[in-house]
Design a protein around this ligand. Structure first.
Ligand SMILES: *Cc1c(COP(=O)(O)O)cnc(C)c1O
Length: 482
């Protein structure tokens, strides 16, 4: 496969790979379900073609595996239940940015998972899904006064990002009812992972209070001493590409700071630690690795004090809850050849896999080949390009990828795209947002689908592109031209 061995774009050493194999076995034990997942996906692709969700007039769809999402939510809950002291309050808040779709948030809410939001839009989605304020956490590095006021009025937990934001909260706290649990985000500066753009605990990351900067730690301790209502501490050390031990170190640093603050003020003022999200996802195979159980166990070994019942916990996982449960399926519109290399021109490209197309080294995706009926395509592997529909040469879902030779009318599936992919449409070439369907067994041996999001209409494309203001520029300044 023409992708990083571990699917994260990281160059992995041999011993890391041995670890992976070991983890793979552990994951199979913990996860058990990855073979089922591939089988469920194949059945869903077949059923989507059969039931006409995918066809010549609808050449691309997103599919979400409801069974898999429920399983991941259950595994997350079980992993932390297994390591915390009985009675410890734990809130798992799904990072809405990973999959900002209302039915997904409702499903997770039903599975006991809250919402971490980072913009007014994400808060609106969580509210539309029925996630109550008490199960919602607001982070974001650029909250406006109005956003802060609304969050405090609703009683949503807020993590302040920096001293200026804390000063804004100071000004609001008197007027608000004061139900919101409030915290401060710190950057433990433990270092970055394989993907610079997603490493939030580097020396110069834009997030939180940089703890190792001169005077910062003392400032944080003072800030808590002066504000008895500041009861939480928050850190999120990165997403995808940050190795587990580094994530655990970030949590350990945050815990040590909470202990220091509490010692300084002489009481358990910090009562909850928000450890963020960031569990990496394996994009190289169907195995779920690392698992929530592995991470929870590592945390308990690294930071035992965090699990002795003195602290409540908040987590903010995103990608690891949804990535492996989403599949983009697209028709091969044309199969051609250029410079001796076969090229399948499909309808899945930069609009649904933006990161992969622009930064293929960091974000390789597995691609599966299906025939015209949606059955797994057989045949000897042929090195070929899988191209998207956009009008620039780099719009490739996969370059020089060995797959059974794709023919016109076949289908390709971009796997593990349930987070940060088809829910993150990029409007290049005004390509329409594809429909997204959830799938689950229909109870009669088949597959049932439910609409998660409809395909964007051309009228919507026009409206969202200023259709209501067609003449606004030609008439601007018209009176002065006369
Ligand atoms: C993005 C983000 C998350 C989720 O990260 P994942 O890698 O998707 O788990 C959690 N917390 C914060 C503050 C974030 O910015």
């Amino acid at each position: 496969m023409a992708m990083g061995d571990d699917g994260t774009g990281t160059a992995v050493s041999r011993s890391d790979r041995d670890d992976d194999r070991h983890e793979d076995r552990a994951a199979r034990h913990d996860d058990g379900a990855h073979d089922d997942r591939a089988a469920r996906r194949d059945e869903a692709v077949r059923a989507a073609v059969e039931q006409g969700l995918l066809g010549p007039a609808t050449p691309i769809v997103g599919l979400l595996d409801v069974t898999g999402i429920r399983e991941s939510a259950a595994r997350l809950r079980a992993a932390f239940e297994a390591v915390v002291a009985p009675g410890t309050p734990v809130l798992h808040a799904f990072a809405v940015k990973a999959t900002p779709l209302v039915p997904v948030l409702r499903l997770l809410h039903e599975e006991g998972i809250g919402a971490e939001v980072a913009s007014p839009g994400e808060l609106a989605l969580a509210q539309a899904a029925g996630v109550p304020p008490g199960r919602t956490v607001l982070d974001s590095p650029a909250k406006t006064p109005a956003e802060l006021r609304e969050a405090l009025e609703l009683g949503i937990a807020v993590n302040a990002d920096n001293p200026q934001e804390l000063a804004r909260i100071d000004g609001l706290i008197g007027s608000a009812a004061g139900r919101s649990p409030l915290g401060l985000r710190v950057n433990p500066q433990v270092g970055g992972g394989a993907i610079e753009a997603l490493s939030t605990a580097t020396e110069t990351s834009k997030f939180g209070v940089a703890l190792r900067d001169e005077g910062a730690r003392a400032w944080v301790v003072r800030a808590y001493a002066e504000r008895p209502w500041l009861t939480r501490l928050h850190a999120h050390t990165g997403s995808q590409g940050v190795p587990l031990p580094l994530m655990a170190r970030g949590v350990a640093e945050t815990y040590a700071l909470a202990e220091e603050i509490n010692r300084h003020v002489g009481r358990r003022q910090v009562d909850t630690i928000d450890i963020g999200g960031g569990l990496p996802v394996n994009f190289a195979s169907d195995a779920t690795t690392p698992t929530y159980a592995q991470y929870a166990r590592l945390l308990r070994e690294t930071v035992p004090g965090l699990f002795d019942g003195r602290y409540g916990l908040v987590t903010e996982f995103g990608r690891s809850l949804l990535a492996k449960h989403g599949t983009v399926v697209a028709r091969v519109e044309y199969a051609k050849s250029a410079g001796g290399r076969p090229v399948a021109v499909t309808h899945a490209g930069v609009q649904v896999a933006t990161r992969t197309v622009y930064v293929p080294g960091a974000w390789p995706l597995r691609v599966a080949a299906y025939d015209a009926e949606g059955r797994p395509k057989q045949g000897p592997p042929v090195v070929q390009d899988v191209a998207g529909p956009a009008c620039f040469a780099g719009d490739l879902l996969a370059e020089a990828r060995p797959l059974p030779l794709l023919e016109q009318g076949d289908h390709v599936a971009a796997l593990d795209t349930g987070a940060y992919y088809f829910a993150h449409h990029y409007a290049y070439n005004s390509l329409v947002r594809p429909a997204i369907h959830g799938f689950a067994p229909d109870g009669r041996g088949g597959v049932a689908f439910a609409t998660v999001r409809e395909e964007q209409s051309l009228a919507e494309v026009v409206a969202e592109s200023g259709g209501a203001h067609a003449g606004s520029l030609t008439t601007l300044g018209a009176s002065s031209r006369r």
